[in-house]
Design a protein around this ligand. Structure first.
Ligand code: IVH
Length: 683
C-alpha cells in the first residue's frame, strides 16, 4: 500500500477513535449523551472494521481495548511512583476541632481563614493510574501504599476512565489517584442477577470485581470511578490548590465527584458534613464520611505527612451503624502476646451490609463499666472494617449470667494473670500455649508480614493441633507427605447423615507449598515485623532494619543502642533485646535462614540520598515545620537525633539557633543552613 493510503487510514482511525472517546466522555463522565445508542454503535463498528483490516494499527489507547481479553494467571506487583497515603479519621466534632487547632498552630493562620476542599469519602477502593504521554499504561491497587497489584486490564473496562487524556497540557509521566466503586443501583443489579456470588455490600462487590483475573468478568460488572488527586508528575503542573487539581483532572477527561466543594474553617466543614449526611440515602453511590483537605498546596507541603497519613487532610467519618441483638455466650480468646480477650457470641444480625455474630468486649473493666451479662439485649456498632463492639445495654436479660474471667487458659490450662496496672489479663503459657503459638504463626504469614497467601487461620490451627508445625520455621519444612491426609474440616453426608473428613487436595497442597517457596526473598523490615515482637509494629520494624541492616546485627544490639532510636520507648527496646536473647527465638530464626530464607535490605547509600547519615535540627526553620523536614530526611534514608555528637553528619540551622550550634562548632560537626539544605532535598 502506498504511504499516502496508509496515512489516510491512520488519519481515519485517529478520527474515529477521537470521536468515540468524545462520545464516551459525554456519556460516562458528563452524563449527557451526544448521540443515540444506535449512532454510537455505528461508530464503534467502524472502528472494529478498520482495526480488523489493519490489526497492526490497533493501539493501546483504542476504545476497542476496553473489552476483556485473555484471563491472567495472577496479578503482578507494581511499585507506585509516589507513595499512596491513607487518611486519619475523626468521628466527633470535638476531635475535628482539635484537628483544626493543630492546623492553626502549624500554619499560624486562624482556621476560619483556612480553605478546604470538602469531598465525600467514597466507599470503594483506591486506584493509581499511570499515564505516559497521555495514554493509560498502568492501573494499580493501593496495596501497602508502596506496592500494589497490576489491575490494568480490568480498569481499562471502566468506561469513565479515559484511555487517553484530553487536551495537551499534561506531563509525559503522570499518576492520577481516585476511587473505584460500584453505584448502589449497579450493586443491586449484579446482586440480584449473580446467583452464585452474593456480595455483602457495594464496596466488596467493587473490590471483588476489580480483583477478577478474567477481565471479561470485570467488564460485565458496573464499575465506576471518581478521581481526586495527582500523584507523581514528571513536569511542573502549575497548580496551586487541591481544587485546581480537581479542575485540571476534569479537563483531562476524568470524572470528579460532583459534590466536592470549597469551604472555609470549622463552620464550613460542619455545614458541608451536615448537608451531605442528610442526603446520604439519595446519593447514588456509597460514601462513609467527608474528607477535608487543606486547599492550598503550599500549605499542604508545609504540613507534610506523619507515618501513613497527611497532616493536611482528615476524614470525618459518618457515625457507625447500630443494631440491637442479644449476647448468647462469651468466650475467651488468647492472642499472640497472651492477652486474653473476652468475645461475645451474638445472635447474628446484619449491620451495614455485613452479618455480625461476634463482638469484642475488650476487657473485664469494660464489661463491668457497661454492666454486661450473658443474656442481655444490647446495641452493637460496626464502623467500616473495625471489629464490631457493644455500645450499651437495651434490656437486662432475665436470669442473666455474670461474665467471669477464667483462672486458667482455655487453650493450654496455664494460669491467667491480671497484668499489673493494666486493664487486661494474660495467659502465662507463652509459646507453650497453642493459642499463642497459632496467633504468632498467623501473624507471621499475614499480608504486612511475610505475606504468604493461601495459608489461613484454619490450616495453621490444624497444623499446630496435629503437631506438624510448632513454630514459624516448621512452615519451611512442610512437604507433600506432611500435608497429605491432614483433616481440615468435617462435613455431614446429606444422604446417610454420616460424618466424613475433608482433607487437602493435591492442588491445594501444591498451592500451599508454592506460596511458601514463592516468598523466600523478603525485605528485612517485613521479616522483623513478622517476628511479632511485642510493641514492634511496621514503623519500628522499618527503623530497626534501617539502623541495623541485617538480622545478625540487630540480634547483637544492646539495650542502650536500641533505645537511642527515635520512637522506640523503654518497653519496646526491652522487648526487642529480650526477644533476641532467647535461645528458642534465635534457633527459630536460624532454622528459617538455613531453610533458604533470604533477607534483603536497601544497600547502604543505594538510591537513598542520606542513607545512614544522622541530622540534628536547631532553631526555627524558614517556611517549614520541623516535623516536615524530619520526615523528608527520613524518607530519604537519613536519621534524626535530638543531640549533637561526633556521629552527627550535619547540624541544620534555622533562625535563632540554640546551644546545639555551639556544640557542633566545638566538635567540628558540619553546619548547614536550612535553606541550603532544602536545595539538596530539592524542596
Ligand atoms: S485522599 C493522602 N480523597 O480513603 C490522601 N481519599 O482512608 C489520600 N477515599 O485510600 C486519599 N474518598 O481510598 C481521598 N475524596 C477522597 C476519598 C478518599 C475515599 C479513600 C481512599 C483512601 C482512603 C483513606
Amino acid at each position: 500500500m502506498s504511504s499516502k493510503n496508509i496515512n489516510k487510514i491512520k488519519k481515519d482511525l485517529e478520527n474515529v477513535k477521537n470521536k468515540i472517546n468524545l462520545l464516551n466522555h459525554h456519556y460516562y463522565v458528563l452524563d449527557s449523551p451526544l448521540v443515540s445508542d444506535h449512532e454510537y454503535d455505528i461508530e464503534f463498528q467502524k472502528l472494529i472494521n478498520l482495526e480488523e483490516s489493519y490489526p497492526n494499527l490497533v493501539s493501546n489507547d483504542s476504545p476497542s481495548q476496553r473489552i476483556g481479553g485473555q484471563p491472567l494467571s495472577k496479578f503482578e506487583s507494581v511499585n507506585h511512583k509516589e507513595k499512596m497515603f491513607s487518611l486519619n479519621n475523626v468521628f466527633e466534632i470535638k476531635d475535628l476541632k482539635l484537628y483544626m487547632e493543630r492546623l492553626e498552630k502549624n500554619l499560624l493562620i486562624s482556621s476560619r481563614n483556612i480553605k478546604f476542599s470538602a469531598e465525600p469519602k467514597l466507599d470503594g477502593l483506591a486506584i493509581n493510574l499511570l499515564y505516559e504521554r497521555g495514554v493509560l499504561v498502568l492501573a494499580a491497587t493501593r496495596g501497602d501504599g508502596t506496592t500494589g497489584e497490576n489491575v490494568t486490564k480490568n480498569v481499562k473496562t471502566i468506561k469513565s476512565i479515559p484511555l487517553k487524556l484530553m487536551g495537551n497540557d499534561f506531563p509525559n509521566v503522570l499518576e492520577i489517584r481516585g476511587e473505584i466503586f460500584m453505584s448502589k443501583n449497579g450493586f443491586d443489579k449484579i446482586n440480584s442477577s449473580n446467583s452464585d456470588k452474593i456480595f455483602a455490600n457495594a464496596r466488596n462487590a467493587a473490590a471483588g470485581s476489580l480483583r477478577q483475573l478474567d477481565p471479561n468478568i470485570a467488564a460485565s460488572r458496573p464499575l465506576d470511578a471518581f478521581l481526586y488527586s495527582i500523584g507523581y508528575s514528571s513536569g511542573n503542573l502549575n497548580i496551586s490548590s487541591q481544587s485546581g487539581s480537581l479542575l485540571k483532572l476534569s479537563k483531562w477527561g476524568f470524572k470528579i465527584c460532583e459534590l466536592n466543594k470549597i469551604v472555609s474553617g470549622l463552620g464550613g466543614c460542619k455545614e458541608f458534613y451536615k448537608k451531605i449526611y442528610s442526603m446520604r440515602d439519595k446519593i447514588p453511590y456509597e460514601i462513609d464520611g467527608i474528607v477535608y483537605k487543606v486547599d492550598n498546596l503550599q500549605h499542604q507541603k508545609d504540613l507534610g505527612f506523619v507515618s501513613r497519613a497527611p497532616r493536611w487532610a482528615i476524614a470525618h467519618k459518618f457515625p457507625a451503624e447500630q443494631k440491637i441483638t442479644t449476647i448468647d455466650k462469651v468466650r475467651f480468646q488468647v492472642g499472640r502476646t497472651g492477652v486474653v480477650t473476652p468475645v461475645a457470641s451474638l445472635k447474628p444480625v446484619e449491620v451495614g451490609g455485613v452479618i455480625v455474630s461476634n463482638a469484642t468486649l475488650h476487657n473485664m473493666d469494660e464489661i463491668n463499666k457497661k454492666d454486661l451479662h450473658i443474656g442481655d439485649t444490647v446495641t452493637i456498632r460496626r464502623a467500616g472494617d473495625v471489629i464490631p463492639e457493644i455500645v450499651s445495654i437495651v434490656n437486662k436479660g432475665v436470669g442473666r449470667k455474670k461474665i467471669i474471667m477464667p483462672k486458667k487458659c482455655p487453650e493450654c490450662g496455664s494460669v491467667i494473670e491480671r497484668v499489673k496496672d493494666m486493664a487486661f489479663s494474660k495467659c502465662t503459657g507463652g509459646l507453650n500455649c497453642s493459642a499463642q503459638k497459632k496467633a504468632a504463626i498467623i501473624h507471621f504469614v499475614s499480608k504486612k508480614a511475610m505475606d504468604i497467601q493461601g495459608i489461613g487461620e484454619k490450616l495453621i490451627s490444624r497444623l499446630v493441633d496435629e503437631k506438624i508445625i510448632n513454630n514459624t520455621s516448621d512452615l519451611y519444612k512442610l512437604n507433600n507427605k506432611k500435608l497429605k491426609n491432614l483433616t481440615i474440616n468435617t462435613a455431614v453426608r446429606e444422604d446417610s447423615g454420616k460424618e466424613y473428613d475433608i482433607t487437602l487436595g493435591d492442588k491445594s497442597i501444591k498451592n500451599i507449598l508454592k506460596s511458601i517457596s514463592g516468598r523466600m526473598e523478603i525485605k528485612l523490615s517485613n521479616f522483623i515485623y513478622s517476628l511479632g515482637i511485642n510493641e514492634v509494629g511496621e514503623v519500628t520494624a522499618r527503623s530497626l532494619a534501617k539502623k541495623y541492616q541485617s538480622i545478625e546485627d540487630l540480634s547483637k544490639a544492646n539495650y542502650n543502642d536500641i533505645i537511642e532510636l527515635r520512637d522506640i520507648g523503654p518497653v519496646a527496646a526491652l522487648n526487642i533485646y529480650n526477644y533476641f536473647h532467647n535461645k528458642e527465638n534465635l534457633k527459630n530464626i536460624n532454622n528459617m535462614l538455613n531453610s533458604g530464607l533470604q533477607l534483603i535490605n536497601n544497600k547502604k547509600g543505594e538510591g537513598n540520598l542520606f542513607s545512614n547519615e544522622t541530622y540534628v535540627i536547631t532553631g526555627k526553620l524558614n517556611n517549614m515545620s520541623r516535623q516536615n523536614l524530619e520526615e523528608h530526611i527520613i524518607e530519604n534514608g537519613g536519621n534524626i537525633s535530638n543531640s549533637v555528637s561526633k556521629k552527627t553528619s550535619a547540624l541544620i540551622v534555622g533562625l535563632d539557633p540554640g546551644s546545639k550550634l555551639e556544640k557542633a562548632k566545638k566538635l567540628g560537626v558540619k553546619i548547614i543552613n536550612d535553606k541550603d539544605f532544602y536545595k539538596i532535598l530539592k524542596i
